[in-house]
Design a protein around this ligand. Structure first.
Ligand code: MUC
Ligand code: MG
Length: 373
């Protein structure tokens, strides 16, 4: 007899960041996550996480709305169902609920963790097996201060924690941003890869000027320069410049990926389990991108360790991550709610081992950081 879902708890957790993290749409001083604890009739527990950036600044779901969606809409449908029928449960939630992919991702992650624990296999095995055990991870420089960013990067290069950097730009005047990026690229030199993320802040003509300048400065990749819904602008810019574009907000799932590729886009895509609605859906998107010759990149919404581990299990099954990953979320936070943090070293991170996600909650830390009503 298969086990059934007995209980689902969703917990809001707030952890301060190590420094202000400045993006074009918000500055983060704290990261808020929803942690899902799903128990089955055998007493096993699956963990899931949903995270976003800056409340409602980044996308239409907030941590609070994710909690409400899970508690009010998903929980009554899921309790009593077979916990191992992950595809059936995904179809059920997709039929009953439009969108809300962050909440769906947290549930799919908890189901995968539970299944892995039941079968005594890591989540990567449930997804076909890991091709790589150590994944490259970049770091985002987003203090907003050029000298501070250079110092931060040089320290990280020295300790071999990271050798690739993403700079968050788009909130200042174009040439101020360009000077900031060019100074950092010059200080770090050829050995470090420097990329930028504009988070949709430019219109197409600003993007054209910006991309020409960034190309000349030796930047490797420009992420989401223009508004997410303007696929035509991304296509035109990708035809016009040889510096590649990374599509992020423009592409949430396999269907978006197909539409953008069919419109003629070339470049790369940031896969995110949260955008797609879970690790399995993110890998469907990866398959479409691969078929269209679009480069892969393991993206984050700055998840904590649970969401980061779930993403790593998915990305580890991909043969090639052309642009590596940015799964550094736990390092941006001052503390963690797990017993054994992920092991970041040699410009990357180890895939956690053990059944399920390979992650265990630290109950004291969870009690400390959970939001008090
Ligand atoms: C984004 O848009 O890519 C990923 C890294 C980071 O610093 O912000 C996120 C979101
Ligand atoms: Mg981005």
């Amino acid at each position: 007899m298969s086990s059934t879902i007995q209980s689902i708890e969703s917990i809001l957790v707030d952890i301060p960041t190590i420094r202000p993290h400045k993006l074009s749409m918000t500055t983060m001083g704290v990261q808020s996550m929803v942690i899902v604890r799903m128990k089955d009739s055998d007493g096993l527990e699956g963990l899931g996480e949903a995270t976003t950036i800056g409340g409602l600044a980044y996308g239409p779901e907030s941590p609070e709305s994710v909690k409400l969606t899970i508690d009010t809409y998903f929980k009554p449908q899921l309790i009593g169902q077979s916990a191992d029928q992950i595809n059936t449960l995904r179809v059920m939630l997709n039929r009953s609920t439009r969108g809300n992919n962050l909440a769906k991702s947290a549930i799919e992650t908890a189901l995968l963790d539970l299944q892995g624990k039941r079968l005594n296999r890591p989540v990567s095995d449930l997804l076909g097996g890991a091709v790589q055990q150590h994944l490259p991870v970049l770091w985002t420089l987003a203090s907003g201060d050029t000298a501070k960013d250079i110092k931060e990067a040089l320290d990280l290069i020295e300790t071999r924690r990271h050798c690739a950097f993403k700079l968050k730009i788009g909130s200042r005047a174009l040439m101020d941003d360009i000077r900031h990026v060019a100074a950092i690229k010059e200080a770090l030199g050829e050995a470090a890869s420097v990329r930028v993320d504009v988070n949709q802040a430019w219109d197409e003509s600003t993007a054209a000027k910006g991309m020409a300048e960034l190309q000349a400065a030796g930047v490797d990749l420009v992420e989401q320069p223009t508004p997410m819904k303007d696929h035509a602008a991304l296509v035109r810019l990708s035809e016009r410049f040889h510096i590649p574009i990374l599509a992020d907000e423009a592409v949430a799932d396999a269907k978006d990926m197909y539409n953008l590729a069919a419109a003629g886009f070339s470049g790369a895509v940031a896969l995110k389990i949260a955008k797609a609605g879970g690790p399995v859906r993110a890998l469907e998107q990866a398959a479409v991108a691969q078929a269209a010759g679009i480069g892969l990149y393991g993206g984050t919404l700055l998840e904590g360790t649970i969401g980061t581990a779930a993403s790593l299990h998915a990305w580890s099954t991909l043969e090639t991550l052309h642009w590596g990953t940015e799964m550094f979320g736990p390092l941006l936070m001052k503390d963690d709610i797990v017993v054994k943090p992920l092991n970041f070293h040699d410009n990357g991170v180890d895939l956690p081992t053990g059944p399920g996600l390979g992650i265990e909650i630290d109950e004291d830390k969870l009690a400390l950081y959970r939001r008090k009503d």
